[in-house]
Design a protein around this ligand. Structure first.
Ligand SMILES: [Mn+2]
Length: 323
């Protein structure tokens, strides 16, 4: 992360408009939700009219307490009239889900830290050196010589901590990010409370599901790649609706010699989503892109049509080019 450089067109758009719809992406994580919450709060106390939307659904345990702040319905005509749409933490229109069709006639601002080739958006601030989009919102507030309220600081700290795995994904040279995080604590965020939001609230069934996925893990390419999966019958039997991918990824990435891992999740009879993680050098974003997905070098994913077995086999095959 470097010093703050916010594109002029983004600042001008905020300054010259007084009504905004702030939108988190579908299947929202804490970073997109908390970026939207902090931005909405900041714009609202700066005298702008605002509304908060996401297509949902809220499935991650650490985001459930945020659900009531968002409208998950169609955009109301009152909210839509003369509004600018600001989408946070994603930069393609399909990632906003069913709301995509409703916003076609709006001017769109993008604030995001994901690399993609998408040219979606009229005003764009996309900077992949940021470890979380919440940090971009924090810098935006700083740009206006303002300081976050305790409510905004708490939200932004949660987004920052989830995207950085509670600082674990931050490498050498991350001092600026950590200084920003420290300042959020000075504005009222609690690392202890945040960690408890991130790690608590799990069901026994979700632990059993994790056990199954670990048990099934298979090793490829001399132990460099681990692949596992969950299917519809697992979730049917265990009624496990809460996901805890991060703990699972950590457990698999900690195996000696592992360079990258993948978890294939069956979503329906003919559709799967896949989460990819790498320890260091394997670029799983590029691998995900070959399936139409995206993300970051060490954390990416994609959704694709097909049978679980076929997708898994094709994925293992394609891994070869990225080792
Ligand atoms: Mn993010």
């Amino acid at each position: 992360m470097q010093e703050i450089v916010i594109p002029k067109e983004v600042i001008e758009c905020i300054d010259s408009n007084d009504k905004f719809i702030i939108m988190a992406h579908k299947q929202p994580d804490a970073d997109t939700l908390c970026s939207a919450i902090a931005l909405e709060s900041f714009l609202s106390r700066s005298g702008k009219k605002t509304s908060l939307y996401t297509a949902g659904p809220f499935t991650r345990v650490e985001t459930l307490h945020l659900a009531d702040k968002f409208k998950t319905t169609s955009i109301t005509p009152q909210d839509k009239e003369n509004a600018i749409l600001i989408i946070v933490d994603c930069n393609s229109s399909d990632r906003i889900g069913f709301l995509e069709d409703e916003v076609k006639d709006l001017k769109v601002m993008i604030i995001d830290h994901h690399a993609t080739d998408s040219d979606y958006g009229d005003f764009k601030w996309v900077e992949i050196s940021y470890p979380a989009t919440t940090l971009m919102i924090q810098d935006l507030i700083l740009y206006y010589n303002d300081r976050p309220t305790p409510y905004e600081a708490e939200a932004m700290f949660l987004g920052f901590c989830t995207d950085t795995g509670f600082f674990r994904h931050l490498d050498k040279g991350s001092q600026l990010s950590i200084q920003r995080a420290a300042s959020l604590v000075s504005y009222g965020a609690s690392p202890k409370a945040t960690y408890s939001i991130m790690t608590g609230g799990k069901s026994l069934e979700s632990r059993k599901l994790m056990g199954r996925i670990l048990e099934r893990s298979e090793s490829y390419y001399d132990g460099k790649v681990i692949v596992s999966w969950e299917d519809l019958s697992d979730r049917e039997e265990l009624k496990a609706i809460d996901r805890d991918s991060d703990t699972l990824y950590q457990a698999l990435l900690s195996i000696t010699g592992v360079e990258a891992i993948a978890i294939v999740r069956q979503e329906s009879d003919n559709k799967c989503t896949v989460g990819l993680r790498s320890v260091q050098d394997v670029n799983v974003r590029m691998l995900a892109e070959t399936f139409g997905g995206g993300g970051h070098q060490r954390a990416s994913g994609f959704a694709t049509e097909g049978k679980l077995e076929n997708i898994k086999a094709e994925l293992i095959k394609r891994f070869k080019d990225y080792l």
